[in-house]
Design a protein. Structure first.
Length: 83
């Protein structure tokens, strides 16, 4: 099992966006998902090639991930189909 610090928002932003120590990081959006009401944030940083951003989702165990919790993932067959 990973340490809680390895699933913190700060750790993941540094891991995925690899900001330089002088790079500015901005939270450009934060809210809750429509399904399940779980928290998410969009974090962005700038590089010479242009801006780079990612969404991070808070899971029930308090960890942040780059993918939404399974319960929030839409299902193609969530409703019965007509015969």
């Amino acid at each position: 099992m990973r340490a809680a610090s390895e699933q913190s928002l700060r750790f993941l932003v540094e891991k995925w966006l690899a900001p330089e120590s002088s790079a500015q990081i901005h939270v450009t959006e934060f809210s809750r998902t429509r399904i399940g009401g779980r928290r998410y944030v969009r974090v962005e940083t700038s590089f010479e090639s242009g801006p780079r951003g990612l969404f991070f989702f808070r899971h029930d165990d308090g960890c942040w991930c780059v993918f939404p919790p399974t319960a929030d993932t839409p299902s193609f067959f969530a409703h019965p189909r007509a015969a």
